[in-house]
Every structure is written in C-alpha cells, then in structure tokens.
Design a protein around this ligand. Structure first.
Ligand SMILES: [Zn+2]
Length: 331
C-alpha cells in the first residue's frame, strides 16, 4: 500500500523587492505565503517525527502528506519562515551546515550566489575567471578557456549558459586548490570585504537554532562544510558526519533517528552505509519526485523544489516561467 509523501525544498526565502540583493535567486516572501496557502488547501502537513515513524511502518501518513524542508541555515528561515509556520501550526525541518553557523565563514556556494547577484555583468565575471585561468594554466595543466566553456556552459531550467558556466567552473570545474581562492577574490571584489559580518547576517546563530527547536521545529544534518559528500574519501565523510553530529548534539538534537540532508544532493554507497551505522533514519536528496515510503529507500528520499508547486491558491497564477525568479536549487 502506497504511503506517499511530498517533500518540498526551500533555500532563500525573503522579501526581495527593494532589498540589497534583488537579483538573488530567492523565493519572494509573498510567494512563500501564497505557497503555504496552496499547501494548506491541498495537502496535510506532517512532522519529521511522523515521517520517521511511517518509514518504519509504525504509522501511516495522511493522504496528500507534505513535509517542508529548509536548507543551509539562513537567517531568512528564522526571520521570515518561522513566524509564518507558527501562525499556521506547521512544522518546518531545517538543515544548517555546522561551519556556516560556527565559524563565521560564508560557504562557497553562497559566495557564488551573491557574486552573481551583485549586479555584475556575467561576462565581466567570466573575464575575471579566464584571466585567473590564464595565469595558472601551466601550474595546474588546465585546458583552454574555450574547452572549459564548451563543457560547462549549458542553459538550464534556471540559468543562462553564462551563469551556468560560472557556477559549474567555480563549483567543480577548476582544481580545488584554485577554486577556493578565486571564489574568495570574486566575493571580496564584487560583494564585500567583510566576510565575518556578512556570515553573521546570512546565517542563523546557535541561539536562533535552539529557538527553532523550542518552537517545535526539526533540525537535521547538512554536513559541516557543505561539500559534495560523494566526492570525499571514507575518512573525510566520517569527519563531516561526526562534526555535524557534534554540532547538533550541542544544539540539543537527539543523536538517535537523526536526518541527513545531502549538500547538493550528493551521496554514494559508502556514505549510505556510514549513515546506517551512525543511526541515521532518513536521507533527503535533490532528486525530483514524490516519495512512496513503502518502496523508497529511506536514505534516498526525493524532494520537489518550491518552484514545482504553485505559489498561490489560484493555480492560474503559477509562474509560467519559474526561471525568472524563485530559483531555489543550490546547484
Ligand atoms: Zn545546501
């Protein structure tokens, strides 16, 4: 018997118009409110505890069950999401990367997002990246700029070919030793020199995360440094998992039946067996789909992006081109 569950994935949720980064690929707060209206009308919101029980066949989920998940530990979630969920009696599940909260560092993924949202022409950024590649071509044995551009520039559901190229080349196209310093330089040049201050504004604090727990929200693991866990050695995977578990223990999250949300959706068999050993109950991917708990591996649950659902009760107002605004995928 099917036990269906729709899991929705959110990243940035904020009032964009008139904000400092209106071009950030975030979900406009009004649309989030509208999407909650739609969800309450068509679905029944469940808690993570309900889902864990259902995944073990100890309980059944209601018809049209839905779970709301919020990745990356943004202050957006505390400031804008929490009050709306409380107002409606809904539980959200939040997945902060430990280092973002603890170390005052801005994650590379966010540095790339805000560099792109800084109003700088994408071609200008590509010129900067190419200049850096020219300077390091010998040292790292890089191919020609044109070859990289041909490999990584693909127009996607959300981004132009140039923007996709910038994201891909900075996320994984270039050697790791070159990527970090280049992302830093672009972030300093086009966004801010004060990373610590920026991080303090962007991410929740420990205290705010404890407030979420006190308010009945759920907190799970999103790793420590927000890495593609499927690219790491077993030892590195262990470090990521243990650091994140220690961080959650400090917040007061139970170490039994915890939930892992894979950064970028990256996982592999080695990671899954490590998670089973560590008592992980559920794993959230970025594979697009509705989960059937009767048959889906509980460590590989698919999710829908917020853009896959209408952002208003009036279904005719669904954006025909979601690419124009609420991009949420962290890729
Ligand atoms: Zn993430």
């Amino acid at each position: 018997m099917a036990n269906n569950l729709t899991i929705v994935m959110y990243h940035y949720v904020r009032p964009l118009k008139g904000s400092r980064y209106p071009e950030l690929k975030a979900l406009e707060l009004d649309k989030f409110r509208g999407q909650l209206d739609f969800i309450q009308h068509h679905y029944t919101a469940v808690t993570m505890e309900d889902v864990i029980a259902a995944s073990r066949d100890e309980a059944r989920l209601p018809e049209q069950a839905i779970l709301l998940t919020f990745d990356d530990g943004y202050r957006d979630h505390y400031e804008h999401v929490l009050p709306l969920l409380l107002e409606r009696g809904m539980q959200g599940s939040f997945f902060p990367p430990a280092c973002a909260v603890r170390e005052g560092r801005v994650l590379d993924v966010n540095k790339i997002h805000f560099t792109l949202a800084s109003g700088t022409n994408p071609q200008r950024l590509i010129d900067e990246i190419f200049a850096e590649m020219d300077a390091h071509r010998k040292q790292y044995g890089l191919l020609s700029n044109a070859e990289y551009f041909a490999t990584f520039s693909r127009e996607s559901r959300y981004d132009s070919a140039k923007v996709t190229f910038i994201k891909r080349i900075l996320q994984k196209g270039l050697p790791a030793a070159m990527r970090g310093p280049l992302i830093d330089r672009l972030f300093r040049q086009f966004v801010t020199q004060d990373e610590r201050d920026f991080a303090a504004e962007l991410y929740m604090t420990d205290t705010e995360l404890r407030d979420l727990l006190d308010a009945g929200m759920y907190i799970g693991s999103h790793g420590d440094q927000h890495l593609w866990l499927n690219t790491l050695s077993g030892e590195e995977q262990l470090r990521e998992v243990e650091t994140s578990l220690a961080f959650m223990a400090d917040l007061g999250v139970s170490q039994q039946d915890w939930v892992m949300c894979y950064p970028y959706g990256g996982y592999n068999d080695a990671l899954l067996s490590l998670l089973r050993k560590k008592g992980c109950a559920l794993g959230l991917t970025v594979d697009v789909g509705v989960a059937d708990l009767a048959i889906t591996d509980p460590l590989c649950l698919p999710r829908l992006d917020t853009n896959d659902l209408p952002s208003s009760l009036d279904v005719y107002s669904v954006d025909s081109e979601p690419a124009s605004d609420g991009h949420q995928l962290e890729a």
